[in-house]
Design a protein around this ligand. Sequence first.
Ligand SMILES: Cc1cc2nc3c(=O)[nH]c(=O)nc-3n(C[C@H](O)[C@H](O)[C@H](O)COP(=O)(O)OP(=O)(O)OC[C@H]3O[C@@H](n4cnc5c(N)ncnc54)[C@H](O)[C@@H]3O)c2cc1C
Length: 398
Amino acid sequence: MSQPRSYDVVIAGGGVIGLLLARLLTELRCGADALRIAVIEPDPPMPVSDESLDLRVSALSPASLQMLDSVGCLARVPAHAQCAFDTMRVWQNGDGPENDHAICFSAAQAGAAELGRIVENRSVRAVLWSLLEEDGRCDLLQAELTALTERAGDMQLQLTNGVAHTRLLIGADGAASPVRELLGIRSREITYGENALVAHLQPALPHQATAWQKFLPGGPAALLPLADGRVSLVWSHPEDDTEHLLALDDQEFAARLTRELDGVLGELSCTTARAVFPLCSAHAERYTGRRFALVGDAAHRIHPLAGQGANLGMRDVAALSSELREFLRQPLADPGDPRMLRRYERSRKGDNALTLRTMQGLDGLFTSGLAELAGAGMGMVDRSPLLKSMLARYAMGG
Ligand SMILES: Cc1cc2nc3c(=O)[nH]c(=O)nc-3n(C[C@H](O)[C@H](O)[C@H](O)COP(=O)(O)OP(=O)(O)OC[C@H]3O[C@@H](n4cnc5c(N)ncnc54)[C@H](O)[C@@H]3O)c2cc1C
C-alpha cells in the first residue's frame, strides 16, 4: 500500500466479529455516497477445501445464526461444519443427567425449532472473507495495525505496510486488542487459574443433537454435538491439572472423561489431539470515544462456560451497525461522532457486564464448597417451567 488511503470506517481485526460487521456496513451509505470501509487483518483465513473440522467451534444462538444468514454466510458454511442442537442437559452430581440436580432445556419449551448450532469458527470466517472479497465494496488490507495518531478530522493509522486515514476506527482485534492498548483503555481482568481443554471425540452412543454439560469439582465440561456424529469437548479445569491431562495417552484420557461424565454417551474415543486455552474474563472500562469503538473480545472476554463470547460479540455488531445506519442517514454525518458511538456503548455494556458477572458467579458457585446448594438450585430451576423458558430464551439470544 503506497499512497495513504482515506476511509470512513476501518475495522482492525478480521475475526468472525470484525468480518460480520464489515459485511453489514457495506450496505450503508454516508449521506449520498457509499461508505468507504476497510478491514485490517494480518492473518487472513484460508479457503476451507476439505471436510476436516478444526478444534475451534462455537455454540451460536438463533439470533447470531439469523445475523449470519442475513449477510448470506450461513448458507455457504458447509453442512459438515454446522450441527443444530435442540436440547441442553446440564447436571452436577455423579449419577448422570437424569438425577434431581439437573436441568434439561429443549427448543420446544422455548417455542423454537432449535436452541442453536455448533459451528466451526474457521469456516464462518473463511465464508465471510470470501463474501467481502467477491462483493468488492470493502478493502481487505493484509497488514497489522501498529500505531495510531488522532488528528483534527480523522485518525492516522500506521500499518506494517503503509498508512491509512479513517474517520472511525473499530477495534475488533480480539482479547489482547492492540487498538485498546494503543488508545490506553484499561480492561479489568479476572484470571481463574483455569484452562479449557478442547478436543473432538467419538461417543459410542448417538449424541441426540444435545449439548451436554456437567459441573465437575474442578470446572464444567461440555460435549457439543458435531454433524459427523462426534462431540466437541470443552473442559475447564484448574491449570495445575493441565500437564497431567495432556500427558495421558488417548485411551487413558478417553476413559477418564467417560468416567467423569458418568458414561452419558457411552465410551468416548479420541479422534484429535488435545489443545488448551487459558481462561480469563475481561471487560474494557469503556468501549467508545471520539473516532473509535471496540466490539467483540476486544471489549469483553467471557468464560466459555455458557458459550456466549461470539454471541455477545454479534450483539455488539448488531447494535453498532444499527446506530451507524440511523445516524449516517443525516446529511454531513461524521461516523466518528462520539455521541452516536456512546449510544452504542450504553446499549451493550450493561448486557455484557451482566453476562460476565453471571458466568463468574456460576463458575464460582460450582467450583466452591457451595456446590450442593447449586445442585439443589438446578433441580429447582428444572421444576419451574417459567424460569426454564426464561433461561432457554436468554441462551438463545432472545
Ligand atoms: C475454548 C473456547 C470455547 C469457546 N466457545 C464458544 C461458544 O461455544 N460460543 C460462543 O459464542 N463463543 C465461544 N467462545 C468465544 C469465541 O471464540 C470468541 O468470543 C470469538 O471468537 C471472538 O471473536 P473476535 O472476532 O472478537 O476475536 P478474534 O477471533 O480473536 O479475532 C481477532 C482478529 O484480530 C486480528 N488482529 C490481532 N491483532 C491485530 C492488529 N494489530 N491489527 C489488525 N488485526 C489484528 C487477529 O489476527 C484476529 O483475526 C469460546 C472461546 C474459547 C477460548
